[in-house]
Design a protein around this ligand. Sequence first.
Ligand code: RVP
Length: 498
Amino acid sequence: ENDPFGTLGLTYDDVMLLPGHTDVIPSEADTSSRLTRRIQVAVPLLSAAMDTVTESRMAVAMARQGGLGILHRNLSIADQAEQVDRVKRSESGMVTDPVTTTADATVAEVDELCGRYRVSGLPVVDGSGVLVGIVTNRDMRFVSQFEKATTLVRDVMTPMPLITARVGVDPDDAVAIFAQHKIEKLPIVDDDGRLSGLITVKDFDKSEKYPNATKDEAGRLRVGAAIGFFGDAWQRAGQLLDAGVDVIVVDTANGDSAGVLDIIRRLKADSAFAGVDVIGGNVATRSGAQALVDAGADAIKVGVGPGSICTTRVVAGVGVPQVTAVWEAYQAAREKDVPVIADGGLQYSGDIAKALVAGADTVMLGSLLAGCDESPGDLVFQNGKQFKTYRGMGSLGALQTRGERTSYSKDRYFQSDVPSDDKLIAEGIEGQVPYRGPLSSVAYQLAGGLRQSMFYVGARTIPELKAKGKFVRITAAGLKESHPHDVQMVVEAPNYKR
Ligand code: RVP
């Protein structure tokens, strides 16, 4: 028998990266990395599949910044598929399947759709899909609140003939049409006048504003969504696929288990899912990672217990400190070149580079993003400071069915068979994190911190960082020295909170 205490588990606070000779300045560092076998991201950041972190708003914001959002699964299949739909329709060169309305719909209904999809107007079609007009904010502005439910679209819309373009119009020509006619939406029609797409001037603005955005071949933002392995998980996967999801994450607390490996194998074997990448997780050992690789996962997600809201390591006494877990998983994944995601436990931007050098290709963040404007939930004021709620998906609040909503994610903790809420074994807590403003500035600081790491290590690219990065282990005294010490902080730094 091997010495049972032979391996030492290390985490982010136990290690530092060595500075190395450099001829790279931070602004030149290229942070792009591999998310899955097929998908690249410009910034190696994912937002966690948690109900206080990632819904469509966060997913849109993450993809715009060059990362990816993973929609949580603690909601009905229909609701989660709709979230995917919202992200896929949010921005693109051309919306191929635009949200439409009909002439006999009410202005109130149009209002609701515009709010839901965050658009400023809709094309109007008849029963066979032929374009009959367009209704935008401008047409509805003078309909009073009281008249919205009774005013019909036909009475306010701008009817045909409209300025339209034919299928296959060149983007440059579209821009010229916007300028010439001073319009903001250009419906695309086929030979029979049927609506087949929509180009909006806003989308052109956005592609200039978000040059690093994570997009699919059609120019739509990419999005991931979590599923489980139990009950109607297969059906969930199918509906997410229909809604256009790019990545499915089989999201559990113990990925090295029969049910999880089985659904990964089934997804990878089914040609219907050929266009979707499958991420499996979570694991924290070499053998666990090997099992996911063997099942065919396109990326593996690592982390048992490092999460800021996670109590698995104390409730079950199980887990592996995250830097060791990532390193071990990487040993199994590197052979087949399967990307690794370091999930949970990151507190500062410096932890990103540490995760990458340990073997990860991207990182997944919960607490660092839960305080953003784009996360679900309202701001809470306390003693004059602003917070947002953040809870573990294994917390009682997320697991229990009682109260305002059903829990759809008990199988994340393998407790689908638990008969009543008072018999649940929680593995997470409910809390709050400081408000941090828009994701754009938070992501900027995180990616900026990573570029500083790359400069210190002397790495121009992420593969170079992974190859050149070297660790030194530190002690509690070293950690104390690393943080500000012997001084009272009087100004809050944008990227440092104690
Ligand atoms: P953190 O970024 O440290 O807040 O961790 C986020 C991660 O924690 C998630 O991506 C997930 O893997 C894990 N998690 C979520 N809920 C729980 C729990 O209740 N134990 N853990």
